[in-house]
Design a binder for this molecule. Structure first.
Ligand code: HEM
Length: 159
């Protein structure tokens, strides 16, 4: 019983410690341009191909699925290391790696170095992808409403 209590206290203490270090505003001080640069990278990618939004969300899910959201899915295989990119659920299926590579390069430039982790970039890019895709969906739905209203009016007038 004492051991269970000790573990519970230790877990609560660890959780409190973890909370103390996690903040969505962390980069506001470290590199204020980091998050806007990620958002711009996502927007640029979605202008090229809207499907990259869902692809980046999926990339982030597949990263988190294996040992937490640590950016490990982004690692290339080499002579002494086999990573996750070539694992069965990922190979020839995951997309959008080049978007994250481009964003990482842009972020390193505005932050004067390797300040923002690939894991953070991937998660922030996934969040921004969802927001951007949602905005696109709302835009098309609104447009659809206008077209529908126009067709309704036309049909009552001319049919
Ligand atoms: C264990 C549960 C899951 C399984 C088995 C699964 C399986 C799949 C499969 C087979 C595809 C098609 C891949 C291809 O065309 O090559 C897919 C696509 C996708 N999945 Fe999942 N999925 C799971 C969970 C999730 C979750 C939790 C998310 C969101 C966080 C997600 C987001 C997506 C998205 C956005 C796509 C489309 C990606 C694109 O078009 O590039 N999936 N999933």
């Amino acid at each position: 019983m004492a051991s269970v209590l000790t573990h519970a206290v230790a877990l609560v203490a660890l959780a409190a410690l973890a909370n103390a270090h996690l903040s969505p505003y962390f980069y506001d001080n470290v590199c204020p341009q980091a998050l806007p640069t990620i958002r711009n990278g996502v927007r640029a990618a979605l202008r090229r191909e809207a499907r990259l939004g869902p692809s980046i969300l999926r990339l982030s899910f597949h990263d988190c699925f294996v040992n937490g959201c640590d950016g490990s899915v982004l690692l290339d295989d080499n002579g002494s290391f086999v990573g996750e990119k070539t694992a069965f659920p990922n190979v020839n299926s995951l997309r959008g790696f080049e978007v994250i590579d481009d964003i990482k390069e842009a972020v390193n430039q505005v932050c004067n170095g390797n300040v923002v982790s690939c894991a953070d970039i991937l998660v922030a890019a996934a969040r921004d992808s969802v927001v951007e895709v949602n905005s696109l969906a709302v835009f098309f739905l609104e447009k659809n409403k206008v077209i529908k209203a126009f067709l309704m009016e036309a049909s009552t007038k001319y049919l």
